[in-house]
Design a protein around this ligand. Sequence first.
Ligand code: PLP
Length: 414
Amino acid sequence: MTATASSTPALDVERLREDFPILAERVRGKPLVYLDNAATSQKPRAVIDAVSRYYGAENANIHRGVHYLSERATVAYDAVRERVARFVNAASPREIVFTRGTTEGINLVAQSWARSTLKPGDEIVITGMEHHSNIVPWQLVAAQTGATVRAVPITDAGELDLNGFDRLLTDRTRLLAVVHLSNALGTINPVRWMVSHARERGIVTLVDGAQSAPHLPVDVQALDCDFFAFSGHKVFGPTGIGVLYGRASLLEAMPPWQGGGDMIETVTLEHSTWAQPPARFEAGTPPIAQVIGLGAALEYVEAVGRAAIGAWEEELLAYATERVGELAGVRIIGTAREKASVLSFVVEGVHPHDVGAVLDAEGVAIRTGHHCAQPVMHRFGVPATARASFAFYNTRAEVDALVRGIRRARSMFA
Ligand SMILES: Cc1ncc(COP(=O)(O)O)c(C=O)c1O
């Protein structure tokens, strides 16, 4: 993260918290301390209201209607595509495909681009710190095509070991798929550098932006990647909506992966032809309310300011790392030099689930388990970790509550 507190306006966190109704809730008789933002983030009133307004006053199906409401819904839906394009700095809204989430975006690339392109012996390069959703789709398409999957190893600090990267990219490598910001370790990967090395060799590149979109500035043209996938629900929007950015020249050459309404140009009983992207990849009635909610979420994030968000989260993570790191018997998993928003740890003598349960009794929500990154757990020799993950509405006082809970878990179990 490059933003610094001195160069960006400070956030009024207490004021911003008022935008999120759920943050005023009490759980188990205690004020909610929500530190599970990597799993899903909370929603500001602006998003809740936009979805509610749509259902209460504007609900209609898009694209097929001539009536007032349908036209209005269509305009609102199309406007969000333009907003998303600006959010990731795509060259055109035509490069923005709406999906159900990051997972579906990656599966779309696997089943459309990869399945129609890969040949036996071709190689897909991923990394050892991928979420399962950036591993399993490649294993599936590898089995379908005869390709193989190889992985960049990770160091003890939880960084990618890029020493052998140039050797890993061979003349059989067709795809590099890499996570921007690891949900299990918090590592920010040097994706721009990796993408440029891959592209020099004509390798197609995909960046999993599920965790980076809410925390880091995203510029797909600067990254120069071919695909970039993220989820609405992690960036303060609704569930059930995600985004796949795809370079226009690739999307145009890709076959559909699902058939149905809206993705066609012509249909006869014998044969169909395809609409241009992005419609080609959006079969059926899309999640209209969720798209509208996503638009409200991105508008909200931009109004708060992405640089200010980054600066505050950096400060908060540094504080949490220091406070948790000084606790006896606590080992932080993932100590990369470049990190954001995620603090994974294990407590000596206490199972992560017990840490989570003690914290939960105090109203502190963290996540425990393998975080859909089992290869990372294997790499660090742990079955699971406890993970606190932050958003811009979190405070130092909430980090203090986390620390008190970990102490309590240790005194009860260790
Ligand atoms: C790094 C990363 N990639 C992909 C995903 C999958 O996102 P979704 O479940 O929203 O499709 C997640 C979700 O936690 C993630 O953290």
